[in-house]
Design a protein around this ligand. Structure first.
Ligand code: COA
Length: 326
């Protein structure tokens, strides 16, 4: 292998970027993550990184690969690897003027590292206009699926909507976790919400991850009841740092759809957003999810961003057991 060690003994070589693995609790992670965000070229989105820094749990891994040469760091890529195995890759980002080949090598290096952890699905949300980064992911056998539409609804004038007759919301508490898990599994039946991607995986583990994830904002989860039966869930998160609320998930079981409940829930979410002192409610939607798009549009939401979703499922032989593995 070519390359040489610098005065501190670090190995530097363009073909072998130095690998640094940091935990979410390591104070350097935030600084380095900000550095990555700061190096993005115009038109390349940085959405998600702030969220990850806030939501990463102390036992999650934030994996960082730096491309270093003698002169310093020229590029980097980051992956958030939570205990439930849904890994998100952010970057690669390069300093202006750096050869694109470094981006390709950084991505190759981090992808090779991920299956060594317990990773069940790798995803990245790319700028649709950024063909270069998309090509790096394609070279690493990531597949593109439908774009994610980021929509935002104005909450400043929202009032509390009356529930349709027979419907009510029951505030969630951890004793309801099994009920919520069961109903959320059923809400994915016939849904157009990235059906080919197992985003939720083991729903109980995913909920535990979401439930424990720290952040400075509040969180409000509710079970949706229709004539005394639990038929859906509404998960809302106040992203205080971002200054808006997020509609983390909204879903009804098939017999409960098409009865006006979805629109009521979105309006209720807008009112909750306002009562938390935020003016915007943000939701991410599969561009093929007609019912959800219609519901958000009816509640006054507009498109604010669009992401190209790419993913890769590690082969069984590439997966390792993790603390939450089956
Ligand atoms: C998205 C979802 C919550 C909508 O709830 P819903 O109770 O069926 O929606 P509503 O009956 O309140 O309808 C709201 C609006 O959307 C429209 N709409 C609902 N389903 C539709 C469909 N299948 N096709 C076209 N329009 C539809 C309604 O016509 C209504 O608009 P209108 O008042 O102008 O007629 C529900 O379909 C669902 O749970 N889907 C599965 C989970 C999911 O995809 N969640 C979204 C994740 S982002």
């Amino acid at each position: 292998m070519s390359g040489r060690r610098d005065a501190t003994g670090r190995f530097s070589d363009r073909r072998s970027p130095r690998m640094v693995v940091l935990s979410a609790g390591d104070p350097r992670t935030g600084v380095l993550a900000s550095w990555i965000l700061g190096q993005q070229r115009p038109g390349r989105g940085g959405a998600g990184l702030d969220t990850i820094r806030q939501l990463a749990l102390p036992h999650d891994e934030l994996l960082l690969v730096l491309g270093e040469r003698d002169a310093g760091t020229e590029g980097a890529v980051l992956a958030h690897v939570p205990a439930d195995g849904l890994a998100e890759v952010i970057g690669p980002r390069l300093l202006p003027g750096i050869d694109a080949g470094l981006g390709e090598r950084l991505l190759e290096r981090i992808v090779a590292e991920l299956p060594g952890r317990w990773v069940r699905l790798m995803v990245a949300y790319l700028c649709p206009e950024d063909g270069e980064t998309q090509a790096w992911f394609a070279a690493q056998r990531f597949r593109a699926t439908r774009d994610l539409l980021v929509m935002s609804g104005e909450a400043w004038a929202a009032s509390r909507p009356e529930p349709p007759v027979g419907w009510r919301l029951r505030p969630y508490s951890p004793i309801w976790q099994q009920t919520l898990v069961r109903v959320l599994v059923r809400t994915s039946l016939g849904a157009e919400d990235y059906p080919e991607l197992d985003i939720w995986g083991d729903v109980g583990k995913r909920l535990t991850q979401l439930e424990q994830a720290r952040g400075s904002g509040a969180r409000l989860w509710s079970l949706v009841e229709w004539e005394g039966r639990v038929v859906g869930g509404l998960l809302l998160t106040d992203r205080a740092e971002a200054g808006h609320c997020e509609l983390t998930y909204l879903g009804l079981i098939p017999p409960a759809r098409g009865r006006g409940c979805g629109l009521w829930l979105v309006r209720h979410a807008l009112w909750q957003t306002r009562s938390w002192g935020r003016s915007r409610l943000v939701a991410g939607v599969d561009t093929a999810n007609g019912p959800a798009l219609a519901t958000y549009a009816r509640a006054g939401f507009v498109e604010i961003d669009r992401r190209r979703v790419v993913y890769r499922v590690p082969e069984a032989s590439e997966r390792r057991q993790g603390p939450f593995a089956d």
